[in-house]
Design a protein around this ligand. Sequence first.
Ligand SMILES: *Cc1c(COP(=O)(O)O)cnc(C)c1O
Length: 387
Amino acid sequence: MTFRSGRHFLQVPGPTNVPERVLRAMNRPTIDHRGPDFARMATEILKDLQWVFRASGPVFVFPSSATGCWEASLVNTLSPGDKVLTCDQGYFADGWRATAERMGLEVDIVPGDWRCGVDPAAVEDKLAKDTAHEYRALLVVHNETSTGITNPLAAVRQALDNTGHPALLMADAVSSLGSMEYEHDAWGVDVTVAGSQKGLMVPPGLGFNAVSEKALEANRSAGLPRSYWDWQAMRSFNEDGFFPYTPATNLLYGLREAISMLREEGPETVFARHQRFAEATRRAVNEWGLEIYCTDPAKYSSALTAILVPEGSDADSLRAVILDRFDMSLGAGLGRLKGKVFRIGHLGDLNDLMLAGTLCGIEMGLSLAGVPSSRGGVAAALDCLSA
Ligand SMILES: *Cc1c(COP(=O)(O)O)cnc(C)c1O
């Protein structure tokens, strides 16, 4: 490896930059996870998580990636052969759908366009046609990290209510929680799936399921096999501040510190900061003459921006040049978007100058990689940031 001076710029849309405070909080001895100190800490964290998710029901924490918690959401609430409805909205929605299929569920899909995100009217149409109420769950990705689109979850809830459909609403908030408004209770979500390494600013390795009363009810009769992911075991141990198996203790230290940071900055301030960064980024993209992948401005994500490179250019070559020359990692195009888009993560522990540096690296990279584009993006973003 060649020597690199200065700091690496980690501007992928997760994992995000881990704040020094969180790193220091984790740099402590691991304690007995069956002892009283651990129980005190876990009890406090589980309560704080309800504040983060805006949930009055339990939030389960697994030592896992968020992908594991997709599986947890399904095996805890459904039975073999149950029907679920998903939306064709991007790479992560596709992953959750594939998980459901592998678990032995029958999947139906609301057709969609990855560039427009979820259309609540199309969801309502599908639900209305299911007069026998065969769909047991509706799976929606709130912030689709592959496309840079934030979907209107409250309107999706409304589609269920308008049709009187009893399906569970399951939402993936992996890249929205902690960086934009998220309301588990108020939006009537039954299972929220999340992870530690995006808006929550903690290293990868914790997965979450926030669950409603209705989801707990479904859990009692759910017939899919489960062991590691079992909510019931988790719930009974959590009551005393413990876990059924060894938890990721040091990541929990980090999570506790990250939640303190969210409280200190204040969620409204955190969300507004992300919106400013997203706006400044979009001004830069427009000035470069490139196209934002999302075609519906009402759904622009404040956590990341996905950008199309012009026909004839390769987004992966651009990212390789930027990594090589400026030591900055940007998000790749995923699945069918490989080579066509690159993604700028502007979520988590980030300030104006970090964003400015990120955009500088991209502007220089565009010209070094020979991607047809104009200069002036950075200047436009700086105007926005200093306004
Ligand atoms: C990152 C991400 C995932 C997957 O998370 P892992 O921790 O990598 O399993 C799922 N959904 C969305 C929306 C994501 O952004």
